[in-house]
Unconditional design. Structure first.
Length: 131
């Protein structure tokens, strides 16, 4: 039974049965996270400024990545959503690199702009299961 003393705290379970709080909030170098007693976990982050300096193709598309280590690991690969906020230069797009480092502990977020030398911030959101 949940009451005011144990609704928010460390979420835990044993064999699928809740043994801790209903919801847990935390943060670390990889952003913030929220865990629920039903096994759902959310993580979110805003990257440091990313400057595009790698020309991708002849259409003057430039991209640069930022490695996101989730502040709390997932049981299986989570669903990830990423958006970009342009800081300088032309229009910015964002993407998530599904190859390489994408897994239960992190992924690579990409900033793509019209020209080299543009900059922006990436906002990542991941949702999945912690048990």
């Amino acid at each position: 039974m949940f009451h005011t003393e144990n609704v928010v705290g460390t979420v835990s379970q044993s064999a699928g049965k809740v043994t801790g709080a209903a919801v847990q909030y935390g943060s670390g170098p990889g952003g913030k996270f929220r865990r629920f007693a039903d096994g759902t976990q959310e993580c979110w982050v805003t990257s440091p400024e990313v400057v595009t300096d790698t020309l991708v193709d002849s259409r003057d598309i430039s991209a640069e990545g930022w490695e996101w280590d989730f502040p709390a690991g997932f049981l299986s690969t989570p669903n990830v959503h990423v958006t970009a906020r342009r800081w300088s230069g032309a229009h910015a797009l964002s993407a998530m690199n599904g190859s390489g480092t994408f897994g239960i502990n992190g992924c690579k977020l990409l900033l793509s702009t019209e020209y080299e030398g543009n900059s922006g911030f990436l906002h990542g959101y991941a949702i999945g299961r912690w048990y």
